[in-house]
Write a new protein. Structure first.
Length: 260
């Protein structure tokens, strides 16, 4: 949808529940953003407001809006239920004003004129809620994960510049950037795991530095552990897997402190 398109809404007045209004982690903009999404959340098709529409309405930058949407989603106040490549569907996860008409105190009041908001029709619409995102749709960071930080944005632009000229042009830039962002985060997680294993092996070697076990003298170095016995020598780097580490030095460097 375009930012100038008018969206149909069943106007509910100004309603911000206490869970939103008193939440210590939400600022004023995020509270108003939730109220706008809730106001546009039609029981039959949800809220289909685009980022451009919300930015224009709330007079904010898209970056600020993306961060606020991610925060509301993380806190469980909104959810994304569908994305077909062009239109995103959001749902408000808190009870809204039209659901209050089923309380005993106002049970006999005249319902809202919009038939889609009548409480008796809500259950009829549940089976029409769009299906969850497909794996491909989940690549879009705007709808399924936090937006890229400054370091990740720089890396995305770098990979874009480094694409070989023979590669075909990027047709869907948003999907391409989302896929690259996922790859960057997977690579970063793998590096962190590898560094954690290296540090673990280094600590085990340092605990036994200078000790002698089964006739082998142990020396903990910066990037490896060394073993000597007479004229014999071998070493094992810290950056091997746990399984290989135990297989290669388990007999020579038992997994208990020296002398225990």
């Amino acid at each position: 949808m375009s930012e100038n398109q008018e969206l149909p809404r069943a106007f509910k007045g100004i309603w911000i529940p206490r869970e939103i209004w008193l939440h210590p982690e939400l600022d004023c903009f995020e509270k108003v953003l939730w109220a706008e999404i809730d106001s546009l959340d039609d029981p039959e098709r949800g809220c289909i407001a685009s980022n451009a529409y919300l930015c224009k309405l709330l007079k904010t930058q898209e970056r600020t809006l993306q961060l606020s949407l991610s925060k509301l989603k993380k806190l469980g106040f909104i959810k994304y239920v569908a994305f077909d490549g062009r239109t995103r569907v959001m749902r408000s996860c808190l009870k809204t004003s039209h659901e209050k008409f089923d309380t005993p105190l106002v049970k006999n009041l005249t319902p809202l004129p919009c038939k889609n908001l009548h409480p008796e029709r809500i259950e009829e619409k549940i089976d029409k809620i769009p299906p969850p995102l497909t794996p491909f749709q989940q690549f879009d960071p705007e709808y399924n994960q936090p937006p890229p930080n400054e370091e990740e944005e720089i890396e995305i632009e770098k990979r874009k510049r480094e694409r070989p000229p023979r590669f075909p042009p990027i047709k869907n830039m948003k999907a391409w950037k989302a896929k690259v962002l996922e790859e960057i985060r997977i690579e970063k997680e793998a590096i962190q795991q590898r560094e954690s294993v290296i540090e673990k092996h280094r600590k085990e070697a340092n605990l036994r530095d200078g000790a002698e076990m089964n006739g082998w003298k142990i020396y903990a170095c910066t990037d490896r552990v060394e073993f000597t016995r007479g004229s014999m020598y071998f070493s094992v780097p810290y950056n091997v897997s746990d399984a290989e580490w135990k297989q290669r030095i388990g007999q020579l460097m038992p997994y208990n402190k020296p002398g225990v």
